[in-house]
Write a protein that binds this ligand. Structure first.
Ligand code: CA
Length: 222
């Protein structure tokens, strides 16, 4: 999963980045509205965390532009304490949720994960596929109730595939949700990691469709 953080307070931005990375997210940041708007328009994110008071372009303007372009990514806005008009303006512009400053970092992470899960169409916090189980809130993946030992990159891939099980996820799509903006995207290493994951999750769960991509099956083929 991949997140965009638009926040001009450098300390808060770096705390958010640390918390999101720790929760398994590839994370990009922008410190002003224009950069944030650009990244959100040109890159692919599972969620954006958007401060409203920003230099060069307000958070409301950024959000309005994204929505005008038809960009439906989940957006969590950060508002000042007790500023009701900010929240109303944020929701009118298309925000999905908000967190009031000062907030707990784990609350923001939790809200971001919830938005992603809902956007992928999952009503419950636990996503299951065969003997695999992802607690989307805790970020823990188990197989037959035993926690899988996964690297950060393996977790990112498997989390994305579990959110989008039973449909073809192309390698391009997958790569867009795995890497931070300044990283080389490498299909070969995805292929290698998928191979390793296949051994960890068991046979028949992750299927490769030649020339198409990958399908994570929630039920074994009949
Ligand atoms: Ca600010």
């Amino acid at each position: 999963m991949r997140a965009l953080i638009v926040e001009d307070d450098p300390q808060l931005a770096s705390q958010l980045v640390d918390a999101m990375r720790q929760a398994g997210f590839a994370t990009d940041t922008a410190s002003d509205g224009e950069d944030g708007e650009y990244l959100g328009s040109t890159e692919t994110y599972d969620v954006a965390i958007l401060d409203l008071g920003l230099p060069s372009m307000s958070g409301i303007e950024v959000l309005t532009r994204w929505r005008d372009q038809g960009n439906a990514m989940p957006v969590l806005i950060l508002t000042a304490r007790g500023d009701w008009t900010d929240k109303v303006a944020g929701f009118r512009a298309g925000a999905d949720d908000y967190a009031v400053k000062p907030f707990r970092l784990d609350e923001v992470v939790l809200r971001a994960q919830t938005l992603i899960r809902r956007a992928a169409g999952h009503a419950r916090a636990v996503i299951t596929a065969g003997s695999l189980r992802l607690d989307a809130q805790l970020g823990v993946i188990t197989r037959d109730d035993v926690a899988l030992k996964l690297t950060a990159f393996e977790t990112r891939i498997l989390t994305y595939l579990l959110h989008h099980h039973d449909r073809v996820v192309t390698r391009t799509e997958l790569s867009e949700h795995l890497y931070e903006a300044d990283t080389d995207r490498d299909f070969k290493s995805i292929e290698v990691v998928i191979g390793r994951l296949r051994k960890k999750v068991g046979d028949g769960i992750i299927e490769t469709r030649r020339g198409e991509g990958y399908v994570l099956r929630s039920k074994a083929p009949a």
